[in-house]
Design a protein around this ligand. Structure first.
Ligand SMILES: [Zn+2]
Length: 121
């Protein structure tokens, strides 16, 4: 039988040291590396960090507030009910997320054709 080696760095594996990751045998170090990479590659985490950094003043928005802000920023103007549907929220929940954004003067609401639209402040 061949010596067991790490699939990534090819170091010889001590008995009991091998960790299985995505069907590969890895040494402890490479296994921990893989875990870190998986976390950094989470697109939402990266997206959030990036968007927060881009905000003037860098206020901390909740992920939902950030999503709402990004949606309005991308579209320019979004009917309130459509924004709620887009984020999977009820109208009441969306209004609760919207309130601090209006307070921070990031978003505002305007009435158009009897519908409430959200726009950038
Ligand atoms: Zn290794």
């Amino acid at each position: 039988m061949p010596e067991p080696t790490c699939a990534k760095c090819h170091a010889a594996l001590e008995p009991g040291e091998a960790r299985e990751y995505l069907g590969q045998e890895l040494c402890e170090d490479c296994y921990l590396d893989s875990q870190t990479i998986t976390k950094t590659c989470d697109p939402w985490a990266v997206h959030t960090a990036k968007s927060l950094k881009d905000l003037p003043g860098g206020q901390n928005l909740t992920p939902l507030q950030q999503q709402l802000y990004d949606l309005v920023k991308d579209r320019g103007e979004v009917p309130l009910l459509e924004a709620a549907a887009h984020l999977g929220l009820s109208e009441a929940e969306l209004r609760r997320e919207f309130a601090p954004l209006r307070h921070m003067e990031k978003l505002r609401a305007c009435k158009k054709d009897d519908l409430i639209h959200l726009t950038l402040f």
